[in-house]
Design a binder for this molecule. Sequence first.
Ligand code: PXG
Length: 451
Amino acid sequence: MTQPLPPSSNPTELANGPASLDAFWMPFTANRQFKAYPRMLVAAKDMHYISDDGRQILDGTAGLWCVNAGHCRPKIIEAIQTQATTLDYAPTFQMGHPAPFQLAERLAQLAPEGLNRVFFANSGSEAVDTALKVAIAYHRVRGEGTRQRLIGRERGYHGVGFGGISVGGIGGNRKLFGSLLNGVDHLPHTHNLTHNAFSHQQPDWGAHLADELERIVTLHDSSNIAAVIVEPVAGSTGVLVPPKGYLEKLRQVCTRHGILLIFDEVITGFGRLGTCFGADYFGVVPDIITVAKGITNGTIPMGAVLVRQEIHDAFMHGPDQAIEFPHGYTYSGHPLACAAAIATLDTYAEDGLFENAASLAPYWQEAIHSLRGAPHVIDIRNIGIVAGIELEPMPNRPTRRAYECLVRCFEQGLLIRTTGDIIALSPPLMLQNSHVDYVVETLDRVLQTLP
Ligand code: PXG
């Protein structure tokens, strides 16, 4: 899989390595471990990164699940450059500029019918906190101010704001941070190796886990519950695909009790499953969708909240001069992010990338499941262009085996993500069969060598 390096990616030019690694406190990183054995990326093009020692690394993770169209796509770069020289910044508080209006229209056209109002943020975390605030405030402006409780799910990941970690269900991300939001419950997660190991796409077992929502509603009464938030496919925790019928049940229970259903589509949005949104893939329409990452192909930070029109309209009363929703960010609808997003949506459409993902998904599935039987593999799960490969942890050394796998894959020219002892794969959607083969062959080789 050697392709010529793009001209701008001469690693000897770019790898003016930093004099010291000390000052940068790295996010979600074992800082001391990384700084002892750093892995540096200095350039990227299409499906590949270039490391500081000049090697091509196939991007098996689309960066952090965000570079869905592949790296350094010309149309997106050009749009950012043009925007930066035309209008670098303009406020969106009591002022406007064209780009966020244009982008919001585009998103409304792509979104499931009815979700046609868009609030902009700068990350998935901000989109989630915005969505939770919209939900609570929506009930209040309608005179149902007792609806304040939020329901998330165990093993859910909704970013790192206080709202997001409160509804999130990854213990390690919560335990250092005190009492979090009041009034949050968690549905059980849907992972079960006994029933569902080596499922292809949606597992058969587990829809009944959504019945827990009825139990929580009975406990608190629906008049106290604002919203349920779930990832349609839980990504960060290690790729948990919803059991057949599960999301449908959540939708039914929420509808029955007047509870808003929020799909956090920060990962599943923009083609990851071969459809624009997970909601399209599963045929289940929530009331609010949060997105980020792939909205700008990872180039400029941006998040957004897509909201049913009725929810938006519930705020549009009172005196004309009143600010209806006292919330927003300095960079909500930032010109560069909007320009990047519009060019990204164009690229997805012009290159047929969602369609490519859909048509490659069967090949991806078969290739990934061919790793069944490789050393240490206790589960493989997949959907769209996503896969989770769960390894048996080393005795008394959880995470060690997967970390070793990441290091060895990187040495062999493949970037993977690991969480616990689970490998997560989510390459850019421009991939071809040969890239799939490379991912699987490299992983197979590395798995054979792992302690
Ligand atoms: N919601 C979901 C579903 C996410 O996956 C966020 C919210 C937060 O987005 P920001 O932009 O604030 O990071 C995410 C982010 C991983 C990984 O390795 C996943 C995320 C971020 C970084 C790493 O799985 N998801």
